[in-house]
Design a protein around this ligand. Structure first.
Ligand code: SF4
Ligand code: SF4
Length: 82
């Protein structure tokens, strides 16, 4: 069974630079062109299933806007970069 992960983007910090979109090996990120952050940027969002919780997006984000979660074997939710 593939590892299941997901992310949360803090819209107060995201500036829509797309570095996370380009870096995601699963191609599951994109800017949400229907939303604007408080600063007026289109924020990054998960657009489909397939996130593995690899944390690469959080590492490349220059504004520390991404928190990554990965489903633990015991089905607990664990923040791996909080
Ligand atoms: S944790 Fe990995 S797979 Fe998930 S969105 Fe970020 S870069 Fe993509
Ligand atoms: S790398 Fe960070 S600031 Fe840039 S689009 Fe992704 S979440 Fe937003």
């Amino acid at each position: 069974m593939p590892i299941k992960g997901w992310i949360e983007v803090n819209d107060l910090y995201c500036k829509g630079c797309e570095l996370c979109v380009a870096a995601c090996p699963q191609n599951v990120l994109a800017l949400d062109l229907d939303q604007l952050t408080p600063k007026g940027y289109h924020p990054a969002r998960l657009i489909t299933a397939g996130c593995t919780g690899c944390n690469i997006c959080a590492i490349v984000c220059p504004d520390a806007a991404i928190t990554v979660y990965r489903e633990a074997r015991q089905k607990n939710k664990v923040a791996i970069n909080a």
